[in-house]
Write a protein that binds this ligand. Structure first.
Ligand code: GLN
Length: 204
């Protein structure tokens, strides 16, 4: 099984590790730059992106993460993780930076108080024909998608809530909370493809 990391500085990394292990992956928490060298893919969980940003810089992970993203490491970000992957953040906390990589503009906490948390079903052809039940928790919205990124899912009003670009996938919502594993499988497929392309030992 491929070894995949879950950034474990803050947020719901345990849920992602459980989902990935349930799918047969060798999922491990990543807290140090050296641990990035051992993984064939990385999930950035939900949580609070400004805190994750601060911790990743404090612990010397931000630049290694940027380097890994630029080198083609498959990375899947949910909610705060999507914010971390976005090239541009609106309504960021003062001084907040992202890792970048996804050619999108995201707005933090984009849903008003009554809709801070909500659930809905989404059509996501990239992962299958059945609609996906999606949980949004103080979620970001993708306000604009640049030419390098591709939208994967939108709300009924057209606002984009899932995107991909090369090695990167981001969702505003939390598939790690619903038992629908299709996004994690989609990510693991990327991981396997890249590992094969690199001629890496999949058992590593
Ligand atoms: N509002 C959070 C942020 O700005 C994201 C919330 C979440 O990950 N569920 O990072």
């Amino acid at each position: 099984a491929p070894r995949v990391g879950v950034l474990a500085l803050q947020g719901d990394f345990r849920e992602h590790i459980a989902v990935l292990r349930g799918l047969g992956a060798d999922a491990v928490p990543v807290r140090r730059a050296s641990e990035l060298d051992d993984v064939a893919g990385l999930v950035i969980p939900g949580g609070e992106s400004s805190v994750m940003d601060k911790l990743s810089r404090t612990f010397g992970l931000a630049q290694p993460l940027k380097d890994a993203i630029a080198a083609g490491l498959p990375v899947y970000g949910t909610c705060a993780g999507l914010i971390m992957l976005a090239d541009t953040i609106l309504d960021a906390i003062r001084g907040q930076e992202s890792l970048g990589g996804l050619d999108v503009v995201v707005r933090r906490n984009a849903f008003g108080s009554q809709l801070e948390s909500f659930e809905t079903d989404l059509d996501i052809p990239a992962v299958g024909d059945e609609p996906m039940h999606a949980v949004f928790i103080r979620a970001p919205i993708v306000e604009s998608v640049g030419p390098c990124a591709t939208p994967l899912a939108a709300l009924a009003d057209g606002r984009v809530v899932a995107v991909e670009q090369g090695n990167l996938i981001g969702t505003s919502f939390h598939p790690e909370m619903t038992g629908d594993t299709r996004f994690h499988e989609y990510f693991l497929k990327r991981v396997r493809e890249r590992a094969a392309y690199n001629g890496q030992d999949l058992q590593k």
